[in-house]
Design a protein around this ligand. Structure first.
Ligand SMILES: NC(=O)c1ccc[n+]([C@@H]2O[C@H](COP(=O)([O-])OP(=O)(O)OC[C@H]3O[C@@H](n4cnc5c(N)ncnc54)[C@H](O)[C@@H]3O)[C@@H](O)[C@H]2O)c1
Ligand SMILES: [Zn+2]
Length: 388
């Protein structure tokens, strides 16, 4: 029997030199009269917002800027922005920012209604319908939020981050313009880049992996292993940066067709309770979870297949175990080289919180079911203990 698989994608994606110019044409072609532009103070502060703003101005459409969004916002912070957006009466959304901005804008695009808000979607995401078309313009190369049907919000009362998934949130248009990540601070570039790395390897080893997701996950993995270091360390390495944008996009497609696994599942409470950035919490968990998963021969076989595709350094690993170990060591070396934290020590997470973390992590069943090697509360406890 053949397995079933499918993938839903944005209507169009524009990349490469001056990709931003396409925004003007898209707005004109769609006869857009008023644009709601989502961004945040960080993007405005480093002068990046001028690029999309000029492109929107050139279309002749009126525009309205919504920029009151903290990084990794709670569902209440997003709802505040959604309410402001509803009052604006805009007929197109242009969102320029990292995953936080794009996720808020995606939620707004399905919430021009008084019948329900972000809070209601936490428990019943399926009811949302697309209300306003959306153009997404990422300024980090990591989350893949520009392409996924997911929006992630913090839920303070549950001390957790929750993913709202609805295909109506898939963008209509995506712009991958490398100028936006040219001066991305190394710390943010590294953490968001490792988030994309986690998307690739988790989706490739997920129980939901399939021919569509494998294509994008493997290509993303290959691009990231080759380009993440120069993209983060050399502000002139525009080709490497552009490849990281493509890799993050492919990582998002892999999520859409497959799904992340235990790295992301155990990372959600770290974001929800201690506000550790999404990329950083995934980077801390990446290698410990990979090592746990190496206890499963089927998982190692997948890593070996990824090695066959992505190893270009002349190493001659022969056995499945050697190939799997090469790949895990390579990921470890990247996290260390880019100086991303490898433990929770600098985040003030007390040992007494261990049981709370285990309970919260085990709630993320949506992703834990994707993990090839079944993960019990005892396993989660050992992994959290290892990073404390
Ligand atoms: N929807 C999805 O599929 C998906 C997938 C993974 C993660 N996420 C979510 O995305 C959020 C994280 O997004 P993120 O990692 O892109 O970071 P972010 O959007 O939270 O931004 C982090 C900080 O970086 C700044 N910044 C962004 N781009 C910059 C640039 N080019 N130059 C200078 N500063 C810049 C922002 O102003 C902000 O202060 C989390 O909430 C996470 O849960 C969503
Ligand atoms: Zn992620």
């Amino acid at each position: 029997m053949l397995t079933q698989y499918s993938i839903k994608m944005p209507h169009a994606v524009y990349g490469g030199e001056n990709a931003m110019d396409n925004v003007t044409e898209i707005l004109k072609k769609n006869g857009v009269k008023k644009v709601a532009m989502f961004t945040d103070k960080g993007i405005e502060g480093c002068g990046l917002f001028a690029l999309p703003e000029e492109a929107v101005k050139a279309s002749g459409a009126e525009y309205y800027v919504l920029d009151e969004l903290p990084p990794e916002p709670s569902y209440m912070a997003v709802q505040k922005l959604v309410d402001e957006f509803k009052a604006s009466g805009a007929d197109m959304i242009v969102a320029c920012g990292g995953g936080s901005v794009m996720d808020a804008a995606k939620l707004a695009s399905v919430l021009v209604t008084d019948a329900y808000g972000v809070k209601e979607l936490l428990d019943n995401p399926g009811m949302a319908k697309k209300c306003v078309p959306i153009i997404l313009i990422p300024t980090t190369a990591g989350t893949g939020a520009e392409v996924t049907p997911n929006a992630i919000v913090a839920v303070p009362e549950r001390e957790l981050k929750v993913g709202i998934v609805n295909e109506n949130m898939i963008a209509d248009y995506v712009i991958l313009d490398a100028r936006l990540i040219k001066n991305l601070p190394k710390k943010i570039a590294a953490a968001t880049g490792v988030d994309a790395l986690a998307h690739a390897i988790e989706c490739y080893t997920s129980n939901k992996a399939n021919p569509f997701s494998d294509t994008f996950a493997l290509e993303a993995l290959d691009l990231i292993l080759e380009n993440i270091v120069p993209a983060c360390e050399d502000s002139t390495a525009m080709e490497a940066k552009n490849k990281m944008q493509i890799a993050a996009y492919y990582g998002g497609l892999a999520i859409t067709a497959s799904g992340t696994t235990a790295v992301h599942a155990l990372s959600y409470p770290l974001g929800g309770k201690y506000h550790i950035a999404h990329g950083v919490s995934n980077a801390i968990l990446l290698v410990p979870v990979m090592k746990f998963n190496q206890g499963d021969p089927a998982f190692c076989a997948r890593l070996a297949a990824a090695y066959d595709r992505c190893c270009h350094d002349g190493s001659a690993c022969r056995t499945v175990e050697e190939k799997a170990a090469w790949l895990v060591n390579r990921m470890d070396a990247i996290v260390r080289r880019l100086e991303i934290p490898t433990s929770l020590q600098s985040f003030g997470v007390p040992k007494e919180d261990l049981e709370g973390l285990v309970a919260a992590g085990m709630q993320v069943t949506r992703l834990l079911v994707n993990n090839m090697r079944p993960l019990t509360a005892d396993d989660a406890r050992s992994i959290y203990l290892e990073i404390m």
